[in-house]
Write a protein that binds this ligand. Structure first.
Ligand SMILES: NC(=O)c1ccc[n+]([C@@H]2O[C@H](COP(=O)([O-])OP(=O)(O)OC[C@H]3O[C@@H](n4cnc5c(N)ncnc54)[C@H](OP(=O)(O)O)[C@@H]3O)[C@@H](O)[C@H]2O)c1
Length: 237
């Protein structure tokens, strides 16, 4: 039986690139998002992570599949999808914060609660955080709150799964050339260029570089509990 990779947000960007890496390695790959994954061979379970009924249906489907496998193949569960709003600590409505937390934090908890029991030894739970899991910038309040929460979730996952033979890590991309970053800066090529200049290599990170890191982390349980940075050496101001 093929090993299985379950990724949220593999319809674009880093998630789609990671799905391709796993397909190339012979994994069965399931994407959880509203749109299809563009990578041939990937199955999409159409899901809105902000919608409890939608997510519950997907969890039921996945739970039944894992139970049918009866632990025969390890699983790589990648919590990659995120909602990034432009907001501030002094104006954010609770409803907006709840939406961001629903996608970026609560859906992770729901998936973990549903799937972890049936995940065998050799599996992993990988979180795609951000440079903003460990620092803050202005104008991304709910995103920063939820990315910091993901750091805590990863550390708690490491402790709570002690002895299960399942490892975890938080993968923290820097400025990566995806639709999320482009939308956040209003598709301004000048801003993208200046963000690319904020590291040792003078360019944006490629989604493939983060995808390779995700696959590598899954294959190396020695990093259990670690924060893995993928930012080309970001200049700090
Ligand atoms: N790009 C960067 O510079 C950067 C930097 C640091 C961290 N990251 C992190 O990298 C991860 C991937 O982001 P990306 O840059 O690859 O962005 P992206 O290309 O915009 O992908 C975001 C993914 O999240 C999914 N998603 C968002 N809201 C969802 C919802 N309500 N339900 C289901 N899926 C949802 C989208 O799927 P659908 O729209 O199809 O639902 C999409 O597949 C995120 O966790 C992000 O925070 C990115």
């Amino acid at each position: 039986m093929n090993p299985l990779a379950i990724l949220t947000g593999a319809s674009s960007g880093i998630g789609a690139a990671a799905a391709e890496q796993f397909i190339d390695q012979g994994y069965s790959v399931i994407n959880i998002s509203r749109r299809d994954c563009p990578v041939p061979g990937v199955e999409t379970l159409h899901t809105d992570l902000a919608d409890t009924a939608s997510l519950t249906g997907t969890c039921d489907t996945l739970t039944a599949r894992l139970q049918a496998q009866n632990g025969a193949a390890p699983v790589c569960l990648v919590h990659n999808a995120s909602l990034m709003l432009k907001d501030r600590c002094d104006t954010t409505e609770d409803s907006a914060l709840i939406e961001a937390i629903s996608v970026n934090v609560l859906s992770i908890n729901t998936l973990n609660r549903s799937l972890l029991t049936a995940m065998p030894q050799g599996s992993s739970v990988l979180y795609v955080g951000s440079t903003l899991s460990e620092k803050a910038v202005a104008g991304a309040f709910s995103y920063i709150v939820s990315k910091h929460a993901q750091l805590g979730m990863m550390r708690a996952t490491c402790q709570d799964l002690m002895g299960r033979g399942i490892h975890t890590a938080l993968i923290c991309p820097g400025f990566t050339d995806t639709s999320m970053l482009r939308q956040h800066v209003g598709n301004d090529e000048g801003v993208l260029e200046s963000l690319g200049a904020m590291n040792s290599f003078g360019r944006l990170v490629s989604p493939i570089e983060i995808a390779e890191l995700i696959l590598w982390v899954h294959q190396h349980p020695v990093v259990n509990g670690s924060v893995m940075h993928g930012n080309l050496g970001q200049i700090e101001h």
